[in-house]
Ligand binder design. Structure first.
Ligand SMILES: [Zn+2]
Length: 115
């Protein structure tokens, strides 16, 4: 499943980023999911919960998913527009733009630890 490999990717990133002593104090993971990222938040949450059967390390770590809107930056005037209804037009000068700067990715936004 697509979402399972994403969850495993998150674990790999955290394991590279933090020493095990630090990871033992992990309290919460915050991820941002772009609306064009092809990730279904509900399935991602299910995959996270299912992963605890094989990876109980994260069982008590909260998982927060935030959806991120799609934004483009105009090549002509640099204005940043939030895309609504897939209208890729600059708010400022009305020129079309495909220069997506946010909304296609999934990223680990924040990790919380116990003190
Ligand atoms: Zn513009």
């Amino acid at each position: 499943m697509h979402e399972t490999s994403i969850v495993n990717g998150i674990y790999r990133t955290l394991e590279q980023e933090f020493e095990v002593e630090k990871r033992n104090k992990m309290k919460a993971i915050y991820v941002k999911v772009g609306i064009l990222s092809n990730i279904e938040p509900r399935l991602l949450m299910n995959a996270y919960e299912a992963s605890h059967m094989t990876n109980p390390f994260y069982q008590n770590v909260k998982f927060n998913i935030e959806m991120v809107e799609l934004k483009i930056q105009c090549e002509s005037c640099d204005h940043i527009t939030e895309v609504k209804n897939y209208r890729f037009l600059c708010d400022n000068c009305q020129k079309p733009s495909k220069n997506v700067i946010q909304g296609e990715e999934m990223l680990i936004h924040k990790v919380e630890f116990d003190d």
